[in-house]
Design a protein around this ligand. Structure first.
Ligand code: F6P
Length: 320
């Protein structure tokens, strides 16, 4: 393989820049050329491609966002869009593609591989941690740390005023951000899309914690269930404690990547290029039991994300 393309797609995630750097530098190491595609798949439609050199990726390992920018590209769902993408790749002599993104981005990569024979490697880049085949996705660790920083501050003021804080975190279909930030911040309750809300049980837990001497409560709600504002309203109707909503929002998607995300980025990027160098495509890279792995892209996108009920029970047992 002589020339590869690289794009970031879907919602950005901290660590995407570090992964871009790892891909570009690894490819150059193996004597390959790299074209960066700007604005995700939209850049393939609009032909926004830039050659990337060693120095194009200097000083970005520590930066949030993505240097290549990103977009959610509906055209990639149509046959016409897919053909346009393939013809741009052919025009630029690109014989392999690395896609950094989440579930939706992988579906685009799968089509390019399966239907059009473009060797493609997916790197899981999303704060949601919603891909079953990998233990962690790039950006998840940093996003959870951002949530922790905010929840710690909320705990201070909630305790002073003896209030309940309802904190909304991202995650439309997947409760992992709520689960991990809930456990790591000592939140008493998490509300996730995978488990039906039980307001009676929530009130019982709050009252028990207050009877045990607690002066505040933190409830972490995943956005897929409802907004912090809606939840706080419902809760305020059934409790005498004062409730305050906070939506963390897109702050979760920015910021300098954590050590864990930079390490993943380096290893995912390097692995992706090693596969392409060996002429292997149609794979995704990930981490499983602390090992960097790769898997068939069709198999990976067909796996349904499982919720970790044991971790949920752990939270229930230790946060009271
Ligand atoms: O997929 C990543 C994610 O951050 C989700 O957690 C969230 O629901 C969504 O993107 C928000 O998308 P947008 O930035 O387009 O509003």
């Amino acid at each position: 393989m002589k020339r590869i393309g690289l794009l970031t797609s879907g919602g950005d995630a901290p660590g995407m820049n570090a992964a871009i750097r790892a891909v570009v530098r690894s490819a150059i190491y193996f004597g390959m050329e790299v074209y960066g595609v700007e604005r995700g798949y939209a850049g393939l439609m609009e032909e926004i491609l830039v050659p990337m050199e060693m120095r194009s990726v200097s000083n970005i390992v520590q930066c949030g966002g993505t240097k290549l920018r990103t977009a959610r590209c509906l055209e990639m769902l149509t046959e016409e869009g897919q053909k346009k993408a393939v013809s741009t790749l052919e025009k630029y002599g690109i014989d392999g593609l690395v896609v950094i993104g989440g579930d939706g981005s992988f579906r685009g990569a799968k089509v390019l591989s399966e239907k059009y024979g473009v060797p493609t490697i997916g790197i899981p880049g999303t704060i949601d941690n919603d891909l079953e085949y990998t233990d962690y996705t790039l950006g998840f660790d940093t996003a959870v740390n951002t949530c922790l920083d905010i929840i710690n501050k909320l705990r201070d003021t909630m305790t002073s005023h003896e209030r309940i804080s309802v904190v909304e975190v991202m995650g439309r279909h997947c409760g992992d951000i709520a689960l991990y930030s809930g456990i790591a911040s000592g939140a008493e309750i998490i509300v996730v899309p995978e488990i039906k809300v039980n307001m009676e049980d929530i009130i019982t837990r709050i009252n028990r914690s207050r009877a045990n001497g607690k002066h505040s409560n933190i409830i972490v709600v995943a956005e897929g269930v409802m907004s912090a504002e809606q939840f706080a309203k419902q809760l305020q109707d059934v409790t005498t404690y004062s409730v305050r909503p906070t939506c963390i929002g897109h702050v979760q998607r920015g910021g300098s990547p954590s050590m864990a995300d930079r390490m993943l980025a380096a290893q995912f990027g390097n692995k992706a290029v090693r596969l392409l160098k060996d002429g292997i495509g149609n794979r995704v890279v990930g981490i499983s039991k602390n090992n960097i792995i790769d898997m068939d892209i069709i198999e990976a996108v067909s796996m349904k994300k499982k919720f970790d009920y044991e971790l949920y029970e752990t939270l229930q047992m230790i946060s009271m």
